[in-house]
Design a protein around this ligand. Structure first.
Ligand SMILES: [Zn+2]
Ligand SMILES: [Zn+2]
Length: 269
């Protein structure tokens, strides 16, 4: 199959590599139909994440069709369409029982490496360095999905790939930020960063009852999209003092909550 392989800082190649195989009875093999490049992939591309090895297959935002399942997979069958969330979870450990799947204690075989760097280890993650398990990613024609009964979300036939792909990462990322704001009806929410995660946070904030969204960025095309797609008012922080502008727009009260969606998607990262 063809796959997007990392070979070093600023060196990513599309190469022919061996097809993935079922190696555990809980695995499934998914034929990729759509995948995305994340802002976090730029951290790999720019060489900021340790634990990458030459030839690693990138990609943690993907979806596709199940083409093979291991003998212990009960929830999926060949032909199912699925979106696969980027953390790999076992469903049986303490963290999974608490529904904190991204902190699964069983799926990162290199947890000690991650603990040395971050203090705690997250779950194993597709295509995101050996610090989080060295799992082959989904910017490829096929991917092996471990614990296939747990993560993958089955997609009804009438929903096109483009409408559901972002459930793999950036929509839940934006939603979680909005959820953390404890939004009450009528609230004003300011969102730093009007890239994809920022705009999903804006949409989520509206869904949760926010009345007014203020989007902050410096790229005019993003600000324009935030106004058009998310009904946001916008601030270009290169043109005005952001704090003053926020105070003026909210009658001196300030927004009810703020979301920082910059770190994930800064062009300068
Ligand atoms: Zn991502
Ligand atoms: Zn677990």
């Amino acid at each position: 199959m063809k796959a997007t392989c990392w070979y070093g800082k600023n060196d990513v190649r599309v190469l022919e590599v061996p097809d993935p195989r079922i190696v555990n009875k809980h695995d499934a093999i998914v034929r990729i139909t759509l995948t995305a490049i994340c802002g976090s992939d730029l951290h790999l591309y720019n060489g900021f994440v340790p634990g990458m090895e030459a030839g690693d297959i990138l990609g943690h935002e993907f979806m596709g069709e199940v083409v093979e399942v291991g003998s212990a997979v009960n929830n999926l069958k060949t032909g199912d369409r699925v979106v696969v969330p980027f953390p790999i979870a076992c469903s049986r450990c303490f963290m999974c029982n608490e529904k904190m799947y991204s902190l699964c204690e069983n799926t990162n075989p290199n947890a000690r490496m991650a603990e040395a760097l971050w203090g705690h280890s997250p779950a194993g993650i597709f295509g995101y360095s050996h610090l989080v398990g060295g799992f082959a990613g989904g910017q490829a024609q096929y991917v092996r999905v471990p614990f296939a009964d747990v993560g993958p979300i089955k997609i009804p036939d009438d929903l096109p790939d483009e409408k559901v792909l972002f459930l793999s990462d950036i929509y839940p990322t934006g939603y979680m930020a909005a959820e953390a704001c404890n939004i009450k009806p009528g609230d004003t929410i300011a969102v730093w960063g009007c890239g994809p995660v920022g705009q999903f946070a804006m949409k989520s904030a509206q869904l949760l009852g926010a009345e007014r969204i203020i989007g902050i960025d410096r790229f005019p095309y993003r600000l324009e999209m935030a106004r058009r797609e998310c009904d946001a008012q916008t601030i270009n922080y290169e043109d005005v003092d952001t704090h003053e502008a926020l105070m003026e727009m909210t009658g001196g009260r300030g927004p009810d909550a703020c979301i920082d969606a910059v770190g994930m998607e800064s062009h300068d990262a």
